[in-house]
Design a protein around this ligand. Structure first.
Ligand SMILES: [Zn+2]
Ligand SMILES: [Zn+2]
Length: 504
């Protein structure tokens, strides 16, 4: 149960419980075929010692930089002995890093690695960023990096911007003005990948302070830089990583608002959803849900007049993606329904959704869905949002509650209210409570009619036993209060009888 509680808390916090962290190590960067020219430097690129007759130049066989003999020693990798600089040797030694969590102390104590941070060689920078992105697997490692080397992030975002400039060919200037200025678009891709990977893994936490750290830094524009990665000139894979990073950042209200303030937000959401890559659909929906929770203005934008070709009317947005959910993962399906639930909080959107067959599809799915872990959770969450939203809208709520409280749906809802293993319980109890608040007479008729047995069982269990979900208990108590004294359907009497049976 504890693990499932953890999972659910995660889901509530982030929209859903899909992986926030890139768990696979990124590939090592392309090796540089070109050697640095002997006359490009008079000092070793790592220790800065001057070259003399005795202190000779050596080239690292991997990065091609010029170094002194002390910094570029003979090492054996893959059975080949050759000269490698200390950074490359370190990278090769640690290339398979994919530990569940990693103590970064080893990095911070390595003064050779520190030379890279002050160096201007972008490729070595990419290597360093790669080391860190593969090691950030838990909050302890994230805290360590934030406290020890906060300046790394300034370089990360500078590199992201440079890579983007290179890839969209907006900038003709060379990458770094000093030595090793060669910078091809091919090399920009792994660099960009490592930078985004670092941002993703740094923010893949329930602790919002990491996302806040990145977005409140004055020396770089975190969200703005990531948006640049979404440029049409940049390939889809890099864009997917950008969305992943934005999704991790979108857990705070401030960040969600900023993210949705970009004019391309809706376009990017639509384009990515239509491409249908599982991880990317989940990230896009997670991001959209986080934004929809925080920014009511974005709701109407999410149902725009014509965001994509062939979608002429607002309502068709829901129709297009409802058809697509069948191809999506369970997590993505749940996310989609949660988003539409949020959309329905807005009257304009609700009217648009009402023009489609979304409501009947939702209710039918509730009666047939057996996956209580994610899909049913998403469906119930959606239904709860809608009932909650229409409470004040008497005409709409009378129609909607009548439709939603059919015995098929209500039996599932009652059963789920007392499902101790799933947070669906809270969602279900919330639905019943909202239905009572909105249309007491209609719902009372149903729970004293065909669903009476299941309803009495649910109320009895929630109110009179030690139930795991405090919130579900709270909603049920409220419902019992609303049923009140004029209980002609005999709910109280039946619950009391059950209590008595239990005591005996
Ligand atoms: Zn040296
Ligand atoms: Zn090297």
């Amino acid at each position: 149960i504890e693990a499932s509680v953890e999972k659910i808390q995660n889901r509530l916090k982030t929209g859903i419980d899909a992986s926030l962290c890139m768990s696979y190590p990124q590939p090592i960067l392309v090796e540089r075929p070109d050697w640095m020219g002997d006359n490009e430097t008079n000092t070793c690129v790592i220790c800065n010692s001057s070259f003399t007759m005795l202190n000779r130049r050596h080239h690292c066989r991997r990065c091609g930089r010029v170094l002194c003999g002390k910094c570029c020693q003979k090492e054996t990798f893959n059975d080949i002995q050759d000269r490698y600089c200390m950074v490359c040797a370190y990278v090769l030694e640690n290339s398979a890093l994919n530990l569940p969590a990693y103590d970064l102390t080893k990095y911070f104590e390595n003064t050779t690695l520190l030379t890279v941070i002050n160096n201007t060689d972008f490729l070595m920078y990419g290597e360093l960023i790669r080391l860190f992105q593969n090691s950030l697997k838990d909050d302890a490692a994230r805290k360590q990096l934030q406290n020890q080397w906060p300046q790394l992030f300034i370089k990360v975002f500078a590199l992201i911007n440079k890579c983007v400039d290179k890839l969209v060919a907006k900038s003709k200037e060379s990458f770094f003005t000093k030595s090793r200025a060669e910078f091809t678009a091919q090399e920009a891709i792994p660099c960009l990948q490592n930078c985004l990977g670092l941002v993703i893994n740094f923010t893949a936490s329930k602790d919002e302070s990491f996302a806040n750290f990145l977005t409140s830094h004055k020396e770089f524009d975190c969200i703005g830089s990531i948006y640049k990665v979404m440029d049409d000139e940049i390939d889809m894979q890099r864009r997917e990583l950008g969305i992943w990073a934005l999704r991790n950042l979108s857990t705070t209200a401030k960040n969600a608002k900023r993210i949705s303030s970009f004019p391309t937000f809706v376009k990017i959401v639509f384009q990515t959803l239509l491409v249908n890559v599982t991880q990317s659909v989940e990230n896009t929906l997670g991001l959209t849900y986080n934004v929809a929770r925080q920014n009511e203005q974005i709701l109407t934008q999410l149902l725009p007049i014509s965001p994509i070709p062939n979608v002429a009317r607002r309502a068709e947005f829901v129709t297009v993606f409802i058809a697509k959910t069948a191809e999506w993962s369970k997590v993505a399906q749940a996310q989609f329904f949660m988003i539409v639930g949020k959309l329905c909080m807005n009257k304009e959107c609700r009217d648009a959704v009402a023009q489609t067959n979304f409501f009947s599809q939702l209710l039918e799915k509730i009666t047939t869905e057996t996956n209580t872990d994610s899909v049913l959770y998403g469906l119930l969450n959606c239904l709860g949002s809608i009932v909650e939203a229409v409470k004040e809208d008497q005409d709409f709520s009378a129609k909607f509650v009548k439709m939603a409280s059919n015995p098929g749906v209500m039996n599932v809802v009652c059963r789920q209210m007392i499902n101790a293993k799933s947070y669906c319980s809270v969602e279900a109890a919330k639905i019943v409570c909202a239905m009572f608040e909105a249309q007491k007479d209609i719902i009372y008729k149903v729970v004293t009619g065909k669903c009476k047995e299941a309803f009495v069982e649910a109320m009895f269990t929630l109110v009179h036993t030690d139930f795991i979900w405090e919130d579900a208990k709270k909603y049920a108590t409220e419902v019992m209060g609303m049923i009140g004294k004029k209980d002609e359907g005999g709910i109280y009497k039946d619950v009391k009888r059950k209590v008595k049976e239990m005591q005996e």
